[in-house]
Design a protein around this ligand. Structure first.
Ligand SMILES: *Cc1c(COP(=O)(O)O)cnc(C)c1O
Length: 477
């Protein structure tokens, strides 16, 4: 299997080449040349496989340049019960007291309590494997406002050949998120608290990345959500969720996905393109509803970061959805020239684009529907899900449940992806139950109890490219 760019570069690359890269050289995103099709016999064979073996089977279809025995070992080490808390890895819980056929798929039982662990834990092992094979090292530079940074650090901690430099806005993450990252004792993890806001952190990462000489000299890499290996790892749990919710491979299911950068739901699009019987993909946004607007109207109008709302589902506070180009490329019949015109030209020139009527009609054949959820919806959904089902859900998952219920049809099996655990967002949970007797408190898993009182490793730096560059020069592997 070879990979191509959504913007038409004629070069083709192998999985191991794009693993350590971000964007394609022409600024596009990597996608496989075609989606492998999964036939009825394969689905029947996969049903009932343990998660790690299912992951091996799915990944094998996309990875031609890692020997099968190695890939099998990497997936087995990644998706084990000790790391993800149950043999099922992504267990389903019924929400039938809310609606018939409504399920929750738990993707957040990894080390940092958000679904990003599902992909990042594999990415850490793939990086370590590939770097050892090449005799190289990598300095990972990233910016985080929460979930991505901690998932990356827990995945890369102690890995040979890897140093992590993670920028975060000083004093602006939740106390729990700060403790998660800053309490890690591993020498290859560098927390850089920047005296500024998240956008300052991102600007610094971009400025360092644009300095090609510095980037090459220090072998700077990223783990952001456009990485194809992350997306590929996420395809697996759509299969796992499908098998867990159905008895026969003739059945169809729909998935509801709390969305920000369009990475998670894009993995659903890939699974559907492979032939998994997915009826609909329900995209849920919060007040930052750029993607909802697109699926309702065909207009894509990313807001500037100044117009992005700070909400109580903060990991979905995205202005520009970095994976969205992948889907549009597919929906336009893989027309790279048109994709380039939209994402390289129109986006820069006009700040957005509107699809032609025939193009939007094609989008309509991919099974997407969408909806938007607000702070009040979130609180009400958290409360109602607890009162009727006895399940405590986090604010992002609540956006998913809200929009799923808005779209679910009689008889439709609908799986909502649980993207984080409520322990990460205790303040909003408290607000949802304010004044209610017998309000539940989110359980903190054993491994994370008491982390707020552990010693912290973190270096405070000014919001200044030169200062960050100097720090990397002094500490790079
Ligand atoms: C990252 C994240 C999302 C958004 O996922 P995308 O892949 O960016 O669409 C939703 N919920 C939580 C809790 C997240 O951490």
């Amino acid at each position: 299997m070879k990979y191509l760019s959504t913007r038409g570069d004629p070069a083709r690359a192998g999985f191991s080449d794009i693993l350590l890269e971000g964007l394609a050289p022409d600024g596009g995103l990597y996608l496989p040349e075609r989606y492998p099709r999964v036939d009825a016999a394969t689905l029947a064979r996969w049903r009932g496989l343990p998660y790690a073996e299912l992951a091996f089977e799915v990944l094998s279809l996309f990875i031609a340049d890692i020997p099968a025995a190695d890939l099998r070992r990497l997936t087995a080490e990644t998706y084990d019960e000790a790391t993800f808390g149950s043999a099922a890895i992504t267990p389903l819980r019924p929400l039938t007291a809310l609606a018939d056929g409504l399920w929750l798929q738990g993707l957040s039982n990894g080390p940092t309590l958000a679904f990003k662990d599902m992909a990042m834990q594999l990415l850490g092992r793939l990086f370590e494997y590939e770097l050892a094979r090449r005799g190289e090292h990598l300095n990972i530079l990233g910016a985080t406002s929460g979930d991505t940074g901690s998932a990356a650090e827990y995945a890369m901690r102690g890995k040979r050949g890897i140093q992590v430099f993670m920028l975060s806005p000083h004093g602006r993450m939740s106390p729990f998120q700060q403790a998660q990252m800053f309490s890690l004792p591993d020498a290859n993890i560098h927390n850089l608290a920047v005296q500024g806001v998240f956008d300052d952190c991102q600007d610094i990462v971009k400025a360092v990345g644009n300095d090609l000489e510095f980037k090459r000299r220090h072998r700077i890499g990223t783990v952001n959500s456009i990485n194809w290996a992350r997306l590929l790892a996420q395809v697996v749990y759509y299969f796992a969720g499908y098998f867990a919710a159905t008895k026969s491979d003739q059945d169809q299911v729909s998935f509801a996905v709390p969305s920000g950068n369009f990475g998670n739901i894009c993995a659903g699009h890939v699974a559907r393109s492979m032939g998994l019987p997915i009826a609909r993909l329900v995209l849920a946004t919060n007040e930052n509803d750029v993607l909802d607007e697109f699926f309702r109207t065909g207009a894509y109008r990313p807001r500037g970061s100044a117009d992005t709302h700070e909400t109580s589902s903060p990991s979905m506070d995205i202005s520009k959805a970095s994976n969205f180009e992948r889907f549009v490329f597919d929906a336009l019949g893989r027309d790279a020239a048109r994709t380039r015109a939209l994402f390289a030209d129109a986006l820069a020139r006009d700040g957005g684009f509107v699809l032609a009527a025939d193009e939007f009609a094609r989008v309509g054949t991919y099974g997407f529907v969408s909806g938007r959820s607000t702070h009040a919806d979130r609180l009400a959904t958290i409360r109602e899900t607890w009162q009727r089902c006895g399940e405590l859900i986090d604010p992002h998952t609540a956006d998913g449940v809200k929009v799923a219920r808005q779209h679910q049809r009689p008889g439709e099996t609908m799986i909502v992806l649980e993207t984080a655990l409520p322990a990460k967002f205790a303040a909003t949970i408290g607000e949802a139950f304010a004044g209610l007797a017998g309000a539940p408190a989110p359980a903190v898993p054993k491994a994370l109890q008491g982390i707020e009182s552990l010693p912290r490793r973190c270096t405070v730096l000014p919001a200044d490219v030169a200062a960050v560059r100097r720090y990397i020069e002094e500490h790079a592997g």
